[in-house]
Design a protein around this ligand. Sequence first.
Ligand code: LLP
Length: 446
Amino acid sequence: MASPAPALLTDDADPSFAELLAGRPHLAQHAHDGLTMEEVPLARIAREVGTPTWVYSAGTLRRRYRALRDALDEAQLGAEIHFAVKANPNLAVLRTLAAEGAGADIVSEGELRLALAAGIAPAHVVFSGVGKTPGELRFALSRGVGQINAESAEEVAMISAVATELGVTADVALRVNPDVDPKTHAKITTGKSGNKFGVAIEDAPDLYARMAATPGLRPVGVAVHIGSQITAGMSAYAAAYRALAELVLALRAQGLAVERVDCGGGLGIPYRHEPAPAPAALAGAIRNTLGNLGVKLMVEPGRWISGPAGVLLAAVIIEKHTGSRRFVILDAAMNDLVRPAMYEAWHGILPVSPADHVAPVSPCDVVGPVCETGDTFARNRGLPRLEPGSLVAFLDAGAYGAAMSSTYNARPLAAEVLVDGARFAVVRERQTQEALLAGQRLPAWM
Ligand code: LLP
């Protein structure tokens, strides 16, 4: 990593292996089995499924969903939780959360199909996103999604046209851009005035009033999402929610009905040792600003629920020493986990074998085999000497991990595994070399 984003760094020293484990109760080092997730040794998964492989802890998904649920309930918000499918669209992950009562926040027809396949009721789905196509809107409305978050006047017109054509009434919330800075990475900041998302808050009252007079739709409320991996406290959230509360009052003063407020996602997690806001802090910010409006409240977290629940299991291909540098070359690459390359993100890396866990560490660069320097997971990371075949686990890879992977360098998509107690199952097969080629055609003239 060239230069870590300031918001992600709070201290110069990396946490030790023991510190990384301490904050992740589903992971433990055992003298014989090495690193385990719940009751399953990761080495066993590597043996049976191969590497690289994403491994998710069902228990952690449930525990975190419930912790968020409890925090919202304790604040007496009665808020609905819509899991942001983009963070982890694995069907078994979605099914695990659906069984806990989660709804879904989706941004494409594909995500809607996944949510429905996972057993989430269409009424419990919110369709977000800045560029929904007429085809996607048709699909969503014909399936009866509970809410569409409109992001522009132009899109309101498009939703109206599609709903009218289908003879349905769409429940539409208006996503506003409150122009606040959540102090996270620029690429995942979404609620500043220069960002493409939402409508400027000053334009919202007019547009909302026009929506009330537009055929095929019913304005049901307002929505906001200011960014992701927010760790810098609650002030940006509070500012955005205060602005929303004022907007709700202004709309009501115009005689317009506002029944729902969608508070977005964005709650950050400690990848390294960032101060991670607790769900109770988010619940408090919502209660203090929006709690007395008599609206149905919604949140749409992704990372906070699924991020810590997953690891990316990888094997060492070879260690390479050249000049003064030591490179650990893995069989996972930026096509699998792109976050370090894309956001200078820091992910904990733990050796899997018991011997590697206690061996002396020295600095190395952890890289993948892809042919660009950006394919670097970590620089100057303390790891023991790792023989070919040694396993490592990237921590907190359960959100925006597999979801963002590609087949760059003609590398098949990695397998995905769900662990639940002492059981595990492959929940997405490793892409085969044949599947990687499938769909390519030579033109008739060749
Ligand atoms: N709602 C909307 C409208 C969103 O755009 C997002 C995320 C979420 C909810 C969920 O946000 P979360 O609770 O997960 O922060 N690939 C990036 C993160 C992109 C987030 C995009 N939008 C990363 O790996 O950090």
